[in-house]
Write a protein that binds this ligand. Structure first.
Ligand SMILES: Nc1nc2c([nH]c(=O)n2[C@@H]2O[C@H](COP(=O)(O)OP(=O)(O)OP(=O)(O)O)[C@@H](O)[C@H]2O)c(=O)[nH]1
Length: 326
């Protein structure tokens, strides 16, 4: 950590995703004199010394909006480095409250549908929160097929039936003609199941299939701009801060960061661990999937360290681990 960073204060903030019966989310606007004045945010505020996150949230929502709220499940905690502080933004869902919210501190308010959330300019720490609300928590990375393409496609079908909604088609070393045929069939199945599909590596194949692309770390650094237009997803694999910053600079939609734990697919490589994951996460506001020896059971811990979710081959591929998603 740079010396100036180590001297900065740490600020713990709790915020609420308050939803109405129509599923809209309540945003409030930061007032003049505050940092990020004019930007929209999730209502909430700083935790006082000795106060639990739940108590802080109840107090803040009472003070700011005049409602009595019941804090619901934890959504995500985003560690974020701001110019003057280390922020930990702990976000809870709130579906039960009494009273009618009004801006008691003269702040503007808006009930916003999920589709329109991204149109509201928010502080950097809120971008992973919005992604956690809108995008899948699990990212399946396919294993390289063995001899039999049919059983690989069957396993993909089973993963999709189990609830996977974002898939990276990856098969390093496979004969290109075979891969093109197989990826075409796989992309069709993903689309039919309503899942998003990204092709690892091949920009041309991604264009042919009209899908998204997942950049390897080397490809990421070689790209000076997004290889596909907005509307087609671009993801990237990252291991270092330089790669994460580059992914953010060229406008990737998300990145995959790891390995968090040691994995069978990369023997001899140590995991970076959750603390390192969170400290890298602080420097960018991209949605990040954690990868490396993780499965659906690690989702809550991943979210506590600022991850959008988990990416996995083994734990999400039914032929390897036959567990449906929670
Ligand atoms: N409440 C809230 N704060 C957020 C969000 N996102 C985000 O980056 N923050 C940051 O968290 C910090 C908490 O701000 P705050 O509103 O409680 O406090 P403040 O310093 O602006 O004013 P205050 O000292 O008068 O309470 C600010 O640095 C703010 O920019 C969010 O969605 N909600």
């Amino acid at each position: 950590m740079a010396d100036s960073e180590s001297r900065m204060r740490t600020v713990d903030v709790v915020a609420a995703v308050i939803r109405d019966a129509r599923g809209r989310v309540l945003l409030t606007r930061r007032t003049e004199g505050k940092d990020f004045a004019g930007r929209w945010e999730f209502p909430g505020g700083k935790r006082k010394r000795g106060e639990s996150p739940e108590d802080a949230l109840v107090r803040e929502l009472r003070e700011e909006l005049g409602i009595e709220a019941e804090p619901g499940p934890h959504l995500i905690t985003v560690p974020q480095l701001y110019p003057d502080k280390h922020l930990y933004l702990d976000v809870r869902a709130v579906v039960d409250w009494h009273g009618s919210p009004r801006g008691r501190e003269q702040q503007a308010m808006a009930w916003v549908t999920m589709e329109k959330l991204a149109r509201y300019t928010m502080p950097p720490a809120d971008l992973p929160v919005v992604a956690a609300l809108q995008q899948p928590a699990h990212y399946l990375v396919t294993p390289t097929p063995g001899e039999d393409d049919a059983s690989w496609l069957e396993a993909l079908d089973a993963a999709l039936a189990g609830g996977v909604q974002r898939v990276q088609l990856r098969a390093p070393g496979l004969d290109p003609a075979r891969w093109q045929r197989l990826a075409t069939a796989a992309a069709k199945r993903c689309r039919k199941a309503g899942a998003e599909v990204l092709v690892n590596g091949g920009v041309e194949l991604a264009r042919t299939l009209a899908s998204g692309i997942h950049l390897t770390a080397a490809q990421l650094l070689a790209n000076k701009r997004r290889p596909l237009p907005a509307g087609q997803r671009v993801g990237a694999s990252c291991h270092t801060l330089e790669e994460l910053r580059h992914a953010q600079a060229i406008g990737c939609d998300f990145a995959v960061l790891g390995p968090v734990k040691p994995t069978a697919s990369h023997p001899g490589v140590d995991g970076i661990g959750w603390d390192r994951f969170a400290s890298l996460r602080k420097h960018v506001s991209l949605p990040l999937y954690a990868i490396g020896g993780l499965g659906p059971d690690d989702l809550a811990e991943a979210r506590r360290h600022g991850a959008q979710g988990i990416a996995a081959i083994t734990a999400l591929w039914p032929a390897l681990t036959p567990t449906p998603l929670p």
